[in-house]
Write a protein of this length. Structure first.
Length: 466
């Protein structure tokens, strides 16, 4: 498989394929709004969309540092699925029934995104083939079966468990010994979704200012180099780029994730792979992978690579390390040996937001008017939509336009979490954690035992993931 002609960076393949949108004007100076949203990704745009739909007279301004969808919203793996970070912890804190309500809301969110995309005529290559997660070792199979049982206990009664033969009938993954499938998932083109959503929001009358980095958020103020927007409500929707804001360096850790995409594969390769249902595909490794079959018959596949840059630094153009490209290429050919002669067209990376307890949250501080949503830990394509509808309800409740709703009662609302450790402990901890996970995956790949490797269990406890 050749990587000589691989494009590295340039934000993402999705923009190379789709084209970057025409730039919008930056903030022209000081201004006012009813709601100021900082961040023009999925969270900010969905929030603007639902607020404007609910209260058309609201004056809403969105401020984006680069262009809408520049961050994770335009770089992700295109997994619209029902996973939500922190559900198990919320079950411990608020009870099993509260976590079930959160999971059911996430199940419904997949259909909600598909509905809005259709209503707004956003052609994002959406195909609802569900999510297939496979196991390739005895230890992974044991985890998969436990995972399947837990998901059913949280209300996913339409989830199914498959053996090796049934798995191969969906996707022929080399060495797969089992899988679990849920219908609550879809493949999509991330950049088409976010650019279409930005256009829909702007058509509703929301003001979008791009090339306008916010340097500080404080009550009723969003401060930029071009002026300050004053608003009763200021919402932080910056996910992996949150550390760039004044006072937020240790709020959420910007975790790196990297992707590669092949050239369009011929029918002869797809005959060997199957994948006719175009399911989104994941695995049960500790350093997990995620993949999709694109609308033009490529395989887009992602994984961790170098997980974290010192000092919560973020990249500018999505460029990733050559060693990461090689590792993802090796993973791809290990999963699908018949892709070995295919070209890798593009590689890129991006950051996702990780709270210290790995729990996604939605918050509105009624005393200050400051709100935020995020910490999706890689599950943001759908979770952003539920978070946005929840922010809408919280603002309407706070402003007296409505009372409590089912969404404002979800257990992730107003959840607080401690900050990440200062450097160098943050860098050492994250790199040590992923070194442990990779070591555990290597050991499990040659072990006949079904139990999870002890190294991974220790890493889980020390990281706060479980």
């Amino acid at each position: 498989m050749s990587t000589v002609s691989t494009v590295n960076g340039g934000i993402s393949f999705w923009y190379a394929h789709q084209g970057t949108p025409a730039p919008r004007e930056p903030l022209p100076g000081d201004s006012t709004a009813d709601v100021c949203i900082v961040g023009g990704g999925y969270t900010g745009l969905w929030t603007a969309y639902y607020l404007k739909k609910a209260v058309p007279f609201l004056n809403i301004t969105v401020l984006e540092a680069k262009f809408c969808g520049y961050g994770a919203s335009g770089r992700n793996g295109g997994w619209l699925y029902n996973g939500v970070a922190g559900r198990d912890r919320y079950a411990k804190l608020h009870g099993h029934d509260a976590a079930v309500r959160l999971q059911r809301a996430m199940n419904d969110t997949v259909a909600e995104v598909i509905r809005v995309a259709a209503d707004e005529k956003i052609d994002a290559d959406i195909h609802q083939g569900g999510v297939l997660e496979v196991a390739r070792t005895p230890a992974q199979l044991a985890r998969l079966k436990d995972f399947h049982t837990v998901e059913i206990a949280f209300g996913e009664t339409d989830r199914t468990l498959h053996g090796a033969r049934e798995t191969a009938e969906r996707v022929r993954v080399n060495g797969a010994v089992g899988s679990t499938w849920t219908p609550h998932g879809a493949r999509l083109h991330p950049a088409k979704l976010v650019t279409g959503l930005a256009d829909a929001v702007e058509a509703l009358g929301v003001t979008l200012h791009e090339s306008t980095p916010v340097t500080e958020i404080r009550p009723k103020h969003a401060v930029t180099p071009y002026g300050t927007v004053r608003a009763p409500y200021v919402l932080r929707c910056t996910e992996g780029f949150t550390a760039a804001l004044k006072g937020q360096k240790r709020t959420w850790l910007p975790m790196n994730s990297s992707m590669i995409v092949t050239e369009p594969l011929p029918a002869s390769v797809w005959d060997t792979l199957g994948w006719d249902g175009r399911e989104t595909l994941g695995d049960m490794a500790h350093a997990y992978m995620y993949a999709q079959r694109t609308a033009d018959d490529r395989i887009a596949l992602g994984g961790r690579g170098v997980p974290y840059r010192y000092g919560s630094a973020t990249d500018n153009d999505g460029r990733t390390q050559p060693a990461t490209i090689e590792a993802l290429r090796t993973l791809l050919t290990g999963l699908f040996p018949t892709t070995a002669g295919s070209r890798i067209d593009h590689a890129w990376s991006g950051v996702l937001g990780v709270p210290r307890d790995w729990c996604a949250t939605v918050t509105l501080d009624r005393s200050t008017g400051l709100g935020w949503a995020g910490g999706y830990v890689g599950s943001g394509v759908a979770t952003t939509n539920l978070a946005a509808r929840t922010l809408r309800d919280l603002i309407q409740q706070d402003s007296g336009q409505s009372g409590p709703t089912e969404l404002t009662a979800l257990p992730w609302v107003n959840h607080r979490v401690r900050r990440w450790e200062p450097e160098p402990f943050r860098w050492l901890g994250v790199h040590g954690m992923y070194a442990a996970y990779r070591a555990a995956d290597r050991r499990e790949s040659t072990s006949p035992r079904p139990g999870t490797d002890p190294i991974a269990k220790i890493a889980d406890r020390l990281s706060g993931r479980h």
